[in-house]
Design a protein around this ligand. Structure first.
Ligand code: PMP
Length: 419
């Protein structure tokens, strides 16, 4: 593709199976929260690689470390072999993240993606408990392979692949039956009822905030209640922190706000720091019952990702980074509330926490806003079953000026769509 006009995009579309309908241009370079296409047009990034770029594009310190490592012929791939880069990451992760949070987990490398982490968690839960069923939630998103898809709620993705509810049972998420806790009562009665048709699940897999599902925030009360039910019934609780981890909701782990201690935690996306593929599964030590080689995969030893992942932990050495996220989250929420009341005809509802927020609309509106924003130089996706929510997730490192500029474009787009 030589030029950036849409006619070449039509050609692109006919020749490849993977092209982007929402953002029809060709991107070339990026730094921080800014991206440029081949024509030199600048964009503000309110998407951040769906959470893979929490520290922004090409963060300078990580880039420097990576270049330095490459220049010294640092080993790039070691599969399961030990390496200095891997050891350094593990030690730093323990010192900077686990110890201060008084958490004790073994770190497993399940493969390069979030889906790999989810698969490893589901498999381990079944192995450890000897049970088969996994409980998941309405609108949940956990990945695209058969196991992860079986616990994913999106009907379109499930139906096309013919994925049945094999060994998975779907429960209503927080708020989906009215008040905060009645979904918990429903779950509990379901588990108690021997005639409900399901055997006791091996695990519950939950996102503390559903990103792909439409920015649905579970309350602290609900998450604590769910964790208590799991304890009472001897069911493992898996928190999928693939998208909400690494600071997205204001703390390194998304579950810090409610204080629950998951049995297994899935992480990927920003764990590598630089947008490099990497995933980890955190396992309570007593649950580490894998036999050697029982869960393996070639790309589990990406040392380039270990280098940037280690550098990324620097952000978490003090409270400052988390504090800044909270301040920016407050500014973002104020702006969204203002927009909702400024354009009542759009009937929007602001939602989300941290730098994972958005506005829900009636179907059809969010996509028009996303398109209008793209034309004005703002990259912003939609989420939810009917793409009814605009999803604002800038790099966490965005400064106030960048946030204000992006929000200004959003305001103009809302104005345009409101007519
Ligand atoms: N879990 C959650 C909560 C996710 O948001 C995603 C990706 N959007 C995944 C799992 C799957 O991760 P990946 O695309 O890296 O396989």
């Amino acid at each position: 593709l030589k030029s950036n006009d849409l006619s070449t995009f039509d050609q692109y579309e006919s020749e490849v199976r993977s092209y982007c309908r929402s953002f029809p241009t060709k991107f070339q370079r990026a730094t921080g929260y800014r991206m440029w296409d081949v024509e030199g047009k600048p964009y503000i990034d309110f998407f951040a690689g769906a959470g893979a770029l929490n520290y922004g594009h090409n963060p300078p310190e990580m880039k420097k470390k990576l270049i330095g490592y490459l220049m010294e012929d640092g080993i790039s791939h070691t599969l399961d072999m030990a390496s200095e880069a891997k050891e350094t990451f593990l030690n730093r992760f323990n010192d900077v993240i686990l110890k201060p949070n008084r958490l004790s987990y073994k770190v497993m490398f399940p493969g390069p993606t979030g889906t790999n982490s989810v698969e490893s968690a589901l498999k381990l839960a079944r192995k450890v408990t000897g049970r088969q069923t996994i409980m998941s939630f309405t609108n949940a998103f956990h990945g695209m392979t058969l196991g992860a898809l079986a616990v994913t709620g999106n009907k379109f993705k499930r139906k096309g692949a013919g994925v049945p509810l094999n060994h998975a049972v779907s429960m209503p998420y927080d708020g989906y039956m009215g008040s905060n806790t009645d979904t918990l009562e429903y779950i509990e009665s379901f588990l108690k009822d021997s005639g409900s048709g399901i055997s006791l699940p091996a695990a519950v897999i939950v996102e503390t905030l559903q990103g792909e599902g439409g920015i649905n925030v579970a309350s602290n009360e609900w998450l604590i209640g769910l964790s208590e039910i799991c304890k009472r019934f001897g069911i493992l609780i898996i928190v999928d922190d693939v998208q909400m981890g690494c600071g997205r909701t204001g703390s390194f782990f998304s579950f810090e706000r409610c204080g629950i201690i998951p049995d297994i935690v899935c992480m990927s996306k920003s764990i590598g720091g630089y947008g490099l593929p990497m995933a980890i599964t955190l396992i309570k030590p007593e649950l580490d019952q894998w036999s050697p080689g029982e869960h393996n995969g070639t790309f589990r030893g990406n040392n380039l990702a270990f280098i940037t992942a280690t550098e990324a932990l620097t952000y978490w050495e003090t409270e400052q980074f988390a504090e800044e996220i909270k301040v920016k989250a407050g500014l973002l929420r104020n702006a969204l509330d203002e927009f909702v009341s400024e354009f009542p005809e759009l009937k929007g509802e602001a939602r989300g926490i941290g730098l994972m927020q958005g506005i829900a609309f009636e179907p059809g509106i969010a996509e028009r806003i996303s398109k209008a924003s793209f034309e004005r130089g703002l990259i912003m996706e939609t989420s939810g079953t009917d793409s009814e929510v605009i999803k604002i997730m800038p790099p966490l490192t965005i400064d106030r000026d960048g946030l204000a500029k992006g929000l200004n474009i959003l305001k103009n787009s809302l104005q345009a769509v409101a007519g």
